[in-house]
Design a binder for this molecule. Structure first.
Ligand code: ASP
Length: 438
């Protein structure tokens, strides 16, 4: 069996972190495929290599020398190499890079070097074969990952070398040029690698002991989530919880591979296990709510019209919002009205045109606008088909003086979402956490 271990930027930020990574790898011989991010921040106002490289490119674009930034990058890499007694010729490689900077190097290739250099050092330190992502992560002409080709290349590499390390975040286009993924993309590389070798688990090593039940900036010391399904995670992520790169879920989910979020600084913690499904009997002792997340700044547009033809008027209103590129998050229906919830930022200055268009096309009796709304979601598979849960949630919020402006429940009953005033956002999250999750 093979376990894929992906280490994020903070896990490979410096020599001390490299040591922790090696201890983790040596603790389990099944951890034979490693994916690494670029060295991240070692402390609060430190810089990520990737950010420095993007900055370098910006300097080049404006004709400003990036010598100083390059020097900072070199120092970071040399420090890791020298304190661990490694041999990788950082200076020479950087010289070659600098020589090519103004000539034939794209921004993608330049920023991909953060992962490349960090992984070169880590591979040497772990004694793993370095397999360049340019030789095993392939994009098609459409810019999407060519799964078949990628699977075959990674499977062949692990067969040949047994223990391999692949830099995250980038791959190769059919033209031979390097393309990077969106930020945080090493998560995707890890997922592709896990899928390619049919890993027993995809371990995603970071600096927190798993996904927390609520934002720790709002709830003091929230418990970590021990187990969560992919569907629940999607709901939480959509509602603002930032955990993994969105595109890293599908490759492992479709092959039934569990994803384990772990803490490089506390390897003794079990972290969060993300799985396709959890058997009923296993979850009987678990809480109703798996996690709570939310986002501020939504606008509710309520359209009122006596004897309304709901399907016609709703369709017209939806088309109008679509034209103004404001995705509708929720719809609630009344007898003679409906309400649409959309992000205030997406509506922007277009709000007044949207209202004017609704007036003109739908000929309503009234259009009401309410902004400053926050959406708070309580997510939990255990809420599905259980009577009474939403009642309890509404009661708890009401008793704490939180006025509920809108209510939505996903059709699959995985989440209950309430709209409250922006200034009650944090209270609502705390009430839900204290009452149902803690
Ligand atoms: N180094 C890249 C970033 O900072 C990719 C990653 O870390 O996953 O976004």
């Amino acid at each position: 069996m093979i376990k894929v271990a992906k280490f994020g930027g903070s896990s490979v930020a410096g020599a001390e972190q490299f040591k922790k990574v090696r201890a983790i790898i040596e603790a389990d011989p099944e951890r034979r495929l490693v994916v690494s991010s670029a060295a991240g921040k070692r402390f609060g106002d430190d810089h990520k290599l990737t950010d420095l490289l993007y900055l370098c490119h910006a300097h080049l674009t404006y004709g400003v020398s990036c010598g100083e930034i390059m020097h900072t990058i070199e120092q970071r890499l040399v420090e890791i190499r020298d304190s661990l007694g490694l041999k990788y010729p950082v200076e020479r490689e950087l010289e070659e890079l600098k020589a090519r900077l103004n000539r034939d190097m794209s921004v993608d290739e330049l920023v991909s070097r953060g992962e490349y250099f960090t992984s070169r050092l880590l591979a040497e330190y772990l004694g793993f074969a370095f397999v360049d992502a340019a030789d095993c992560i392939f994009f098609g002409f459409d810019g999407q990952i060519d799964r078949e080709k990628t699977d075959a290349a990674i499977a062949a590499a692990i067969m040949e070398y047994k223990k391999i390390l692949i830099p995250g975040f980038y791959g190769k286009l059919p033209t031979g040029r390097i393309k990077v993924m969106t930020r945080g993309g090493s998560d995707i590389t890890g997922a592709l690698a896990a899928a390619a070798v049919n890993a027993s688990v995809y371990e995603n090593w970071t600096d927190v002991s798993g996904i927390l039940m609520a934002d720790p900036r709002i709830v003091e010391n929230p418990s970590p989530i021990a187990r969560i399904t992919y569907a629940e995670l999607r709901e939480l992520a959509f509602m603002g919880a930032t955990v993994l790169h969105e595109e890293s879920i599908q490759p492992v989910k479709e092959r039934g591979i569990a994803l384990n979020i772990r803490n490089t600084n506390r390897p003794q913690d079990a972290g969060t296990m993300i799985v396709e499904s959890i058997e009923e009997k296993e979850q009987s002792r678990e809480r109703f709510i798996t996690g709570i997340a939310g986002r501020r700044n939504f606008t509710i547009l309520t359209v009122q019209k006596r004897n309304i033809n709901i399907s016609l008027t709703l369709r017209q209103a939806l088309e109008i919002l679509d034209r103004y590129k404001a995705p509708v998050e929720h719809i609630t229906l009344g007898l003679d009205s409906f309400a649409l919830v959309a992000s205030s930022a997406a509506l922007g200055d277009g709000l007044y045109d949207v209202i004017a268009d609704i007036q003109k096309t739908c000929r309503p009796d009234d259009v009401r606008v309410q902004d400053g709304i926050a959406l708070v979601a309580a997510v939990g598979r255990k809420m599905t088909f259980r009577p009474g849960i939403s009642g309890k949630i509404f009661q708890a919020l009401g008793e704490s003086g939180v006025n509920i402006r809108t209510i939505a429940q996903g059709a699959d009953e995985l989440s209950i979402i309430v709209g409250v005033e922006n200034d009650k956002f944090e209270t609502a999250i705390r009430v839900l956490y204290d009452g149902f999750a803690g």
